[in-house]
Design a protein around this ligand. Structure first.
Ligand code: NDP
Length: 246
């Protein structure tokens, strides 16, 4: 049990990759605070995890709202005693070619993916700094490293998360808070269900391991970065992409 007695917040933990991450953290002993907008989805995952014997609580919040982030952090400390691990996983896509990206869709993607990660990082900083302990893991994407036509807003938000990771790693190191990013390639979830056959073909043809990733592939990397096994690693981006980017 690598994460015994640790408390982890996972944003966007009510489905997809976030749910897989929350489950793996819980399997390794962490109490998990799951954040999402859909109360129904949160209730379902908390029930499922509680029935499996894990400590899990759901928190309704929009990560793009700083007040929501502060309120969740305060409530998690009140409910579970501390915050040791933050996984900034919540994210959306609003794909289009640049001439067709509406201003609202640019703002929404940046607000949720990038500002959301900043909001939650800011909200957990004090409890982590006070404890002189923390692990922050930002779920970015390979498209933040290599770009992707039709995803200017999304890839800009994910590249921004890598800059945020590096700056925060330097700023928080004196408080023993490690900040790293995980960059998944194509992982089978609802989000990628929306990819066109052409996009899927392009991803797979460039993936040396020749398969789509599973949520557990990402979750295993997150557990490593959340545990003491990675104590001497900070400011890094770990690609979990079957070798797509190297
Ligand atoms: P899903 O669409 O399956 O899940 C997204 C999650 O984010 C949901 O739990 C959703 O909950 C939550 N969420 C979205 N907006 C908000 C918001 N404003 N506030 C709070 N929660 C929010 O996506 P995936 O599981 O596929 O992706 C998870 C992360 O991994 C994302 O950051 C994505 O960019 C990244 N990623 C995914 C890849 C893939 O191939 N699937 C590849 C690379 C990166 P709710 O709707 O209830 O709010």
């Amino acid at each position: 049990m690598k994460l015994q007695d640790k408390v982890a917040i996972v944003t966007g933990g009510n489905r997809g990759i976030g749910k897989g991450i929350a489950r793996k953290l819980a399997e390794n002993g962490a109490a998990v605070a799951i954040v999402g907008r859909s109360q129904e989805a949160l209730d379902a995952v908390v029930t499922e995890f509680s029935e499996a014997g894990f400590i899990a609580k759901g928190y309704t919040a929009d990560v793009s709202n700083p007040e929501d982030a502060d309120a969740v952090a305060k409530q998690v400390v009140a409910d579970l005693g501390s915050i040791d691990i933050l996984v900034n996983n919540a994210g959306i896509t609003k794909d289009n070619l640049v001439p067709r990206i509406k201003e609202d869709d640019w703002d929404l993607v940046l607000d949720i993916n990038l500002k959301g990660a900043f909001n939650f990082t800011k909200a957990v900083y004090r409890p982590m700094a006070k404890k002189r302990y923390g692990k922050i893991i930002n779920i970015t994407s390979v498209v933040g490293l290599m770009g992707n036509p039709g995803q200017a807003n999304y890839s800009a938000s994910k590249a921004g998360m890598i800059g945020l990771t590096k700056s925060n790693a330097k700023e928080f190191s004196s408080r023993n808070i490690n900040v790293n990013a995980v960059a998944p390639g194509w992982i089978a979830t609802e989000m990628t269900g929306e990819l066109t056959d052409e996009q899927k073909e392009r991803f797979l043809s460039g993936t040396p391991l020749g398969r789509i990733g599973q949520t557990d592939d990402v979750a295993n990397a997150v557990v490593f970065l959340a545990s003491s096994d990675s104590d001497y690693i900070t400011g890094q981006t770990l690609n979990v992409d079957g070798g797509l980017v190297m």
